[in-house]
Design a protein around this ligand. Structure first.
Ligand SMILES: NC(=O)c1ccc[n+]([C@@H]2O[C@H](COP(=O)([O-])OP(=O)(O)OC[C@H]3O[C@@H](n4cnc5c(N)ncnc54)[C@H](OP(=O)(O)O)[C@@H]3O)[C@@H](O)[C@H]2O)c1
Length: 285
């Protein structure tokens, strides 16, 4: 496995990677563990994670997490906090695209899993991250956030996915990742916790599982490997210069300008307030 990102010695560092059983998350978790970090693989199936746990060995732990259930998110955060271990790096990587449905709590599936579940997980772990500073939070977003050309239609975040492909909803969920990153960075100013969002590249992973097989085979041939997909995230997680660029959006190991909606401070504030209320952290208003 070659990610071509020279990692520093991470011995003594504690890391959580969501969706680490496959794809970009798996490569990320293995690379961080090889550099010496103790890595919690936050995934919804131990069975599907076992091969990665075995590959990493003593530096890996399993943390049950289903981002489509806010109750599961609370349980996962509580289980980690109960360990009294520091947390130096949280990689919010798990995600789905092109699937239709709703979460257990009645949110549109992509928004619920890709944004709201990670929002709650991060907020519940925030004090531990601050206490472990310098720390980092990496939100794996996507270039698709540019496709959310009408911003966020709040009504459509409640209930089932409305479009046939689910790709409009995916774009909105990834816009939410970038907005959350910017607002969180603003709120964490001076706390020693750096936050980034990023596009990993167009990667041949299981995220395309919903695309019919002959077309999927054709598409996968043009895509990069999960090893290449882990590069920008690993760089954001470890490069010293990133500490000065909290809130940034990265693509190809470079900072890029995100979409005009992603730069909308009022939209970021509105998303934060609604996410807090929807995740049960603040009274709905
Ligand atoms: N691949 C690309 O071209 C591409 C492009 C831009 C951005 N991204 C982003 O990169 C990230 C990683 O994607 P990938 O390409 O590595 O996809 P992947 O191979 O499909 O992996 C996605 C991971 O997310 C997990 N996941 C999905 N739903 C979950 C839930 N409800 N609770 C907990 N975990 C859940 C999956 O677990 P299961 O195995 O249990 O389903 C899996 O571990 C995603 O955020 C994606 O949006 C990918």
């Amino acid at each position: 496995m070659i990610t071509h990102v020279p990692l520093p010695d991470l011995a003594g560092k504690h890391v959580i990677v969501t969706g680490a059983n496959t794809g970009i998350g798996k490569v990320t978790a293995i690379a961080l563990a090889r550099a010496g970090a103790r890595v919690w693989l936050a995934c919804r199936s131990r069975e599907r994670t076992q091969a990665v746990l075995d590959e990493i060995g003593a530096n890996a732990e399993f943390l049950p997490l289903d981002l489509a259930s806010l109750a599961s998110v609370r349980e996962a955060a509580a289980a980690f906090l109960a360990l009294d271990a520091p947390l130096h790096l949280l990689v919010n990587n798990a995600g789905l695209a092109g699937q239709r449905g709703q979460t257990r709590d009645g949110f549109e599936l992509a928004f619920g899993v890709n944004h709201l579940g990670h929002f709650l997980f991060t907020i519940l772990l925030l004090e531990r991250l601050k206490a472990s500073a310098p720390a980092r939070i990496i939100n794996v977003a996507s270039r698709s956030h540019y496709q959310a050309r009408r911003g966020i239609d709040w009504e459509r975040l409640r209930g089932r996915t409305r479009t046939l492909t689910g790709l409009e909803e995916y774009a909105v969920s990834k816009l939410a990742n970038v907005l959350f990153t910017r607002e969180l960075a603003r709120r964490l100013h001076g706390a020693g916790v750096t936050v980034c969002s990023l596009h990993p590249g167009v990667i041949a992973s299981e995220i395309w599982r919903g695309v019919p097989w002959p077309l999927r085979q054709l598409m996968l041939g043009f895509m990069k490997t999960p090893e290449e997909g882990a590069r920008t995230g690993l760089w954001c997680a470890t490069a010293p210069e990133i500490a000065e660029r909290s809130g940034g959006y990265f693509d190809g190991c470079r900072e890029r300008r995100p979409s005009r909606f992603a730069l909308d401070v009022a939209l970021a504030g509105e998303l934060w307030r609604r996410s807090e209320a929807w995740a049960g952290l603040a009274p709905a208003g």
